[in-house]
Design a protein around this ligand. Structure first.
Ligand code: SAH
Length: 391
């Protein structure tokens, strides 16, 4: 594998392993099977009004909804047995009715001296997803999955090769954030107790293809405690291939989250190949929606661009991209391609990457090269392909 210049060598360690290997018979591509059942309902799926309404079903008065919210969203308590302010006689029915175990940690891998932690989760129906917690000196970011697999079929993306298994539920996505928040609070990540400051929807799946759920999740993360986790919406990034009507819709939600657009090419001819949804919504339309999003939310757009050697990294494409973006509220994030197994593509040469950066800057466009945290544990964002058998 080609290593990004200047990147330190990283070693990873297996922090936990299942006692027995996951079933080798579980097919990754499961199109032929009957429709999967919805995951069981969980407290985190519910708005505060719905939580209050759900109390009757478990034999509790409505006011207990707030108490449980303080436990789950405020204290990050996921185990009902530990909620000692809840009457003991209802705890077991509460656990099965409203706090089912949705995310079973199958394996945990650490890199970067323990500051990057990838968790492979098994869901109730055997589907596998991953999340990655990355601690930096000044912040901690959790990269979460919004779908099991992905239907967008980008040929350079590991998850894109799998096809879509199913959408995750609100609680399945929120649970990934809660787990990371607990790990930070409990000092499980080197550096002492801390907080998750950023949440990025850059794990498995296309978040805007699971739109209603993702908007629900945004509320659970950003609503003040105890309704939600009370994290800053400004610390949240939703990354998309460019589902134009959904970008327009998101702009109207009143949630100032950052929008990241996975552009990867400035021209339709190449983008049709790299991001197949481009055959539906063209570069010009996607950028138009992005500029509208920036105008409405006042948030700077992040343009994601995987640097693929001799495919999209030519100087003329940098100039073309620079011309498209110049003058807009935008920032380019270049991601050295993390080649998927068997990929015919690899990361750009360092000199081509440098020239690409230089040309974007010459157009006055802000640009950074993303660090490749967790690459050795296949934990680089967008590089998640939960197989359950390696990693
Ligand atoms: N579906 C969303 C979120 C997916 S992953 C989206 O496409 O934006 C987050 C980012 O990682 C995307 O920009 C994606 O294009 C990028 N990515 C996927 N596979 C990659 C790879 N092999 N190397 C580098 N970046 C990759």
């Amino acid at each position: 594998m080609m290593r990004h210049s200047g990147e330190p060598v990283r070693h990873w360690t297996v922090m936990s392993q299942p006692d027995s290997p996951p079933s080798p018979t579980r097919p990754l591509l499961d199109f032929a099977s009957p429709r999967r059942g919805k995951p069981p309902r969980h407290f985190a799926d519910l708005s505060m009004a719905d939580r209050r309404a759900a109390m009757a079903g478990v034999g509790l008065p409505a006011y207990r909804a707030k108490q449980l919210s303080v436990q789950y969203f405020g204290r990050l308590e996921t185990d009902v047995a530990e909620m000692t302010d809840v009457p003991a006689k209802v705890r077991s029915s509460l656990a099965s009715d409203l706090f089912p175990d949705l995310l079973h940690p199958l394996r945990t891998l650490a890199a970067d001296a323990g500051t990057t932690i990838k968790t492979l989760w098994r869901l109730h129906d055997g589907a596998l997803v991953e999340s990655v917690l990355m601690r930096y000196p000044d912040r901690a970011t959790v990269c979460i999955s919004s779908q099991a697999g992905c239907g967008m079929a980008c040929p350079f993306c590991a998850t894109g090769q799998q096809g879509l298994t199913r959408n995750l539920s609100t609680a399945e996505i929120v649970g990934q954030v809660v787990d990371a928040a607990r790990a930070m609070r409990d000092g499980a990540v080197p550096g002492g107790p801390g907080r998750v400051s950023n949440v990025v929807f850059m794990g498995m799946g296309e978040p805007l293809a699971n739109y209603k759920t993702v908007v629900d999740v945004l509320h659970r993360i950003a609503d003040p405690a105890p309704d939600g986790l009370g994290m800053s919406a400004r610390g949240i990034t939703v990354s998309t291939v460019g589902l134009v009507p959904r970008i327009d819709q998101l702009a109207q939600e009143g949630l100032p989250v950052t929008l990241a657009v996975s552009l990867h090419a400035p021209d339709d001819e190449l983008r049709d190949e790299l991001v197949p949804i481009n055959t539906r919504w063209k570069v010009g339309e996607v950028l138009e929606a992005a500029w509208n999003y920036a105008a409405v939310t006042k948030r700077r757009i992040s343009i994601e661009y995987a640097m693929i050697k001799d495919i999209n990294d030519q100087a003329w494409r940098a100039d073309m991209l620079g011309r498209l973006l110049a003058g807009h509220l935008v920032h380019v994030n270049l991601i050295p391609l993390n080649p998927t197994p068997g990929s015919k593509w690899t990361a750009s040469r360092p000199e081509d990457e440098r020239e690409f950066v230089r040309r974007l800057q010459a157009h006055g466009v802000a640009v950074t090269v993303r660090d490749t945290r967790g690459r050795e544990i296949d934990g680089a964002c967008g590089q998640l392909a939960a197989t359950g058998t390696d990693g």
